[in-house]
Ligand binder design. Sequence first.
Ligand code: 5RP
Length: 222
Amino acid sequence: MNQQEMKQAVADAALAHIKPRLEDDTVLGIGTGSTANLFIDALAPLASSINATVASSEASAQRLKSHGIPVFDLNTLDRVDFYIDGADETNEALQLIKGGGAALTREKIVAAVAKEFVCIADESKRVKTLGGFPLPVEVIPMARSHVARQLVKLGGDPVYREGVTTDNGNIILDVFNFSIPQPLDIEDKINAITGVVTNGLFAHRPADVLLLGTPDGVETIL
Ligand code: 5RP
């Protein structure tokens, strides 16, 4: 399987993972990105039996609605049963870097609420130590320079993501050359910088299940 086939395989595996547990009142959290898009498209044939979803981005909400799948404001729901989303990197503890698609804050919110976070990724995303992928940080625009200076003090090389405004009206700094052997600590330290909305480390709230696409098929990692 090539990378695209692996993404399709994990999207299909995620559907197979949740389908036996779908009930009339199941609430699905839906992520953002190319792998999540394949999952949304895989859901389309079940549109009439899916009564509630919440999306981690405007783009995913639009895609869901285009298939006739209902999308709700998270504030109108009392829970999310499953959250299905991709990742930019995952380590062995299923701690993740996310936010390549600039949706990290809403992704983190939906993941925080979800009972089960099902991560879908191809094997290129699996690493020993997080940080090969530049860590996205969502920042209030007027704090950009201040936050960048603090990120340099932590040892990274922040780069402003040109031309990107998040769904929340903020900017993204991508932190390059930043190996992250202690993700819990770094997640906290970056979030403590005034002006940071959140960062793309999912260490305190890792995935519960990883469906990993490999050339030989999909591995389920718990
Ligand atoms: C978006 C994300 C995505 O999950 C991540 O970028 C992976 O995307 P893809 O499935 O396209 O490789 O965090 O903010």
